[in-house]
Design a protein around this ligand. Structure first.
Ligand code: DX5
Ligand code: ZN
Length: 221
């Protein structure tokens, strides 16, 4: 199978202590740090972390910063986020209908890993061309809640998208985001997800390392 990447969502961390929260997650066994970039008050009605905060965090960690761009104009953020030290750059397909080829190429030219995300109401077929292109995305993020906020309920009906992607693309990184935790991981893992974003379940736990290892064991079982 494909290797598990467990990515705590820093949206659920204490923003006033972002550097120590990041280190706490990495020392608890996290592979990636999931960074929810909500900065335009347009794509989603929430305001979180942008390039200046990524730049500050990068001075304190060598961790893989898995950036999820919940913005309407992702192209505007490629330069700032690459300079800030982002590792992965995942844009939404709903706002990239006309320029996804340019987005992928620019993300790669800046040394970042391109990914594409889809909202719950977006059909999975919309991302197939991006995976099959000669210059493809490396990851598909299947949203399992409406984007914008942590702590929402996992939507199991999204697993049909994950199964379709896994059947077509045996080695693709397939990420799920929203409502993941010990109670929902088995459904997601058996559908074929290998990159697991988890915010409230990890940060709400007394021992985050236990939740992270439960998530990993389910994916790698
Ligand atoms: C929601 C974000 C998620 C969120 C997940 O828009 O994309 O990354 O932080 O949080 P939980 O795991 O609490 O659903
Ligand atoms: Zn996210």
């Amino acid at each position: 199978g494909v290797k598990a990447k467990i990515a705590p969502s820093m949206l659920s961390s204490d923003f006033a202590n972002l550097a120590s929260e990041a280190e706490r997650m990495l020392s608890s066994g996290a592979d990636w740090l999931h960074m929810d970039i909500m900065v335009d008050l347009h794509f989603v009605p929430n305001l979180t972390i942008g390039a200046p905060v990524i730049e500050s965090l990068r001075k304190h960690t060598k961790g893989y910063l898995d950036c999820h761009l919940m913005v309407t104009n992702p192209i505007d953020y490629i330069d700032p986020l690459s300079k800030a030290g982002a590792s992965g750059f995942t844009f939404h397909v709903e706002v990239a209908k006309d320029n996804w080829q340019e987005l992928i190429q620019k993300i790669k030219s800046k040394g970042m890993h391109p990914g594409v995300a889809l909202k719950p109401n977006t059909p999975v077929e919309e991302v197939y061309p991006l995976v099959e292109h000669e210059d493809p995305v490396e990851l598909v993020l299947v949203m399992t809640v409406e984007p914008g906020f942590g702590g929402q309920k996992f939507m199991p009906e999204m697993m049909e998208k994950v199964r379709s992607l896994r059947n077509k693309y045996p080695t693709l990184d397939i990420e799920v985001d929203g409502g993941l935790g010990p109670a929902t991981i088995d459904v997601a893992a058996s559908a074929g997800a290998n990159c697991i974003v988890a915010g409230s379940s990890v940060f709400g736990a007394a021992v985050p390392a236990q939740v992270i290892s439960t998530l990993r064991n389910s994916v790698e079982a």
